[in-house]
Design a binder for this molecule. Structure first.
Ligand code: SAM
Length: 164
């Protein structure tokens, strides 16, 4: 079973009130073989004023949908899941948390794994209270209150964790 081109056209027309061929908006089909979702793509999509996400089921989409109604194909990984709904939720979550006001503090989304702030690397380790637990200690530098040294330590940890 394949999603029909006439049915998807009718759905898009009913919702947006325009011919969906050659879309001016960003219309994304979730497909296993599409562009892999990564931090850069999430940031790119977060700049859009709106997005349309099309979810497949069964064998996927009639190719004419992908050729004429869709601007991008996006994959959440090189594996196959049963339907595009979970993939659309993953894309939505990754994009929405980059929008101003979504997180408690907007800066929280800036210095994260794969971000430009960490030069695409993975994030450094985090610790919280208690400073000692069963003999497992929080690194001394993090208790020092010395912000510059803490910043340097975090950058170094991020670099070490990101080594191939
Ligand atoms: C069972 S899959 C179809 C797989 C397709 N026949 C193939 O071999 O590439 C059904 C739908 O799930 C969604 N889907 C499955 N895996 C996905 C992935 N890794 N990323 C994004 N969407 C995925 C797509 O919308 C797809 O049309």
């Amino acid at each position: 079973m394949v999603l029909r081109v006439d049915v998807v056209e009718a759905a898009l027309k009913a919702h947006y009130g325009a011919d969906p061929a050659s879309p001016t908006r960003r219309v994304i089909a979730l497909t296993p073989g599409g562009r892999l979702l990564d931090d850069a793509l999430a940031s790119e999509l977060a700049q859009e004023s709106d997005l349309t996400l099309l979810c497949g089921r069964y064998e996927g989409f009639d190719e004419r949908i992908l050729e004429h109604f869709v601007t991008d194909q996006v994959s959440i990984g090189r594996y196959v899941i049963a339907g595009g709904e979970l993939a659309a939720m993953v894309v939505s979550d990754a994009v929405l948390r980059k929008l101003p006001g979504v997180l408690g503090k907007d800066e929280s989304a800036v210095e994260e794994s794969f971000s430009e702030a960490l030069e695409g690397g993975v994030e450094y380790p985090h610790y919280t209270r208690p400073a000692q637990w069963r003999g497992w200690s929080v690194p001394e530098v993090l208790l020092s209150g010395h912000h510059e040294r803490i910043r340097e330590w975090r950058r170094e940890q991020s670099r070490l964790r990101s080594l191939p």
